[in-house]
Design a protein around this ligand. Structure first.
Ligand code: FES
Ligand code: FES
Length: 162
């Protein structure tokens, strides 16, 4: 299939990437740009491991065509940390609460949490559960993750992080 050069805005940088019209965002991120923090689990929209943000909203990169992301702002887990390299409060909270075990689900979980807290800084338990309902975790039993998200909300409120 014919390859074409497109521009994608990933983590606030513009990348020129050769793709075919059927290339999936998850494969482009991982194999063509080297953002391997975006995980590929089921590859069919069921597990949430490939979650990224597109214009601030969660999207499943395994069922998103890269070509459809032109002109949009893509955020992967590599773009979440603070500019000085320190962890974002959500990442910090996941570490502190033992919400990262094997880590395979963590990028997707953290990006879903970020989308939630950016739009709703003080979510109820139900709202957190709903926001993370598309992200599967085989290790933690979810409780530690829910605790981490609530703790992150408090941290962000205290620090005035938006
Ligand atoms: S890898 Fe995309 S939802 Fe599972
Ligand atoms: S920490 Fe292993 S799948 Fe969630």
């Amino acid at each position: 299939m014919k390859t074409q050069l497109i521009e994608l805005n990933i983590n606030d940088q513009i990348y020129e990437i050769p793709i075919t019209p059927v290339d999936l965002l998850v494969d482009v991120l991982r194999k063509k740009v080297g953002f391997t923090g975006t995980k590929k689990g089921c590859g069919q929209g069921d597990c949430g491991a490939c979650t990224v943000l597109i214009d601030g909203k969660t999207a499943l990169a395994c069922i998103t065509l890269a070509i459809a992301c032109q002109g949009k702002k893509i955020t992967t887990i590599e773009g979440v940390a603070n500019k000085d390299g320190s962890l974002h409060p959500i990442q910090q909270s996941f570490v502190e609460h033992g919400a990262v075990q094997c880590g395979f689900c963590s990028p997707g979980m953290i990006l879903s949490s970020k989308a939630l807290l950016d739009s709703n800084p003080s979510p109820s338990e139900l709202e957190v559960k709903r926001a993370l309902s598309g992200n599967m975790c085989r290790c933690t039993g979810y409780i530690l993750i829910l605790e981490a998200v609530h703790a992150a909300a408090e941290k962000m409120a205290q620090a005035g992080v938006k």
